[in-house]
Ligand binder design. Structure first.
Ligand SMILES: Cc1cn([C@H]2C[C@H](O)[C@@H](COP(=O)(O)OP(=O)(O)O[C@H]3O[C@@H](C)C(=O)[C@@H](O)[C@H]3O)O2)c(=O)[nH]c1=O
Length: 183
């Protein structure tokens, strides 16, 4: 498994080496020693989640108040466009929007540090996303910024089919900026 730093500090792409044969494939989905080389404590993950989405579903853009939460995201079945926003008030790349295709072919994973907004769109009919988190779920700390916020102007690749009530009621990026003193 190798990793590549992106232009956004702390945002890292991991690329495993799937072994394919006539049975299918084998791939490693976490290697604590490679994470350590990238400056990440892989033993800090306390929760591992999987969610299924149907084509066109958008989830996001989700963040977490308090100390935040870091995530290591991959797509176990199908493909997603995974989107992050650097929402760290003190970051030189505050407001940067970056997108990555994660799928069950290359098996790339995205490490998202604390302080980001995160969301994705399913671009295959049945899409399973898995992500480890370094903090337990705490809904009282949820932050939701609208997936279709005009200032973020995220380019979702497919017609949007289903969005949750939580995400439909997401707040604006402008109000988030104000809340962290970057209005
Ligand atoms: C995320 C989560 C949800 N749940 C429950 C709450 C609710 O009843 C149900 C569905 O929750 P949500 O609608 O918030 O799920 P979802 O919209 O998939 O939320 C996720 O979106 C992606 C983009 C992320 O980045 C994640 O951190 C998380 O916020 O699952 C847990 O019990 N534990 C968890 O860790």
């Amino acid at each position: 498994m190798k990793f590549t730093e992106t232009d956004v500090p702390g945002l890292i792409v991991f690329e495993p080496t799937p072994h394919r044969d006539e049975r299918g494939y084998f791939t490693r989905t976490q290697d604590v020693s490679v994470l350590r080389e990238a400056g990440i404590d892989g033993t800090a993950f306390v929760q591992d989640n999987q969610s299924r989405s149907y084509q066109g579903v958008v989830r996001g853009m989700h963040g977490r108040g308090g100390g935040g939460e870091a995530k290591l995201v991959r797509c176990a079945h199908g493909a997603v466009l995974d989107v992050v926003v650097d929402a760290r008030a003190d970051s030189p790349t505050f407001g940067a929007v970056r997108s990555f295709v994660l799928d069950d072919q290359l098996h790339r994973q995205l490490y998202i540090p604390r302080g980001f907004l995160h969301g994705y769109q399913a671009i295959t009919s049945v899409t399973d996303v898995c992500y480890r988190m370094d903090a337990f779920y705490e809904p009282d700390e949820d932050i939701t910024v609208a997936w279709n916020d005009p200032d973020l102007a995220i380019e979702w690749p497919a017609p949007v089919t289903i969005v949750s009530a939580r995400d439909t009621a997401g707040s604006s990026w402008a109000s988030y900026r104000e809340s962290v003193g970057r209005g």
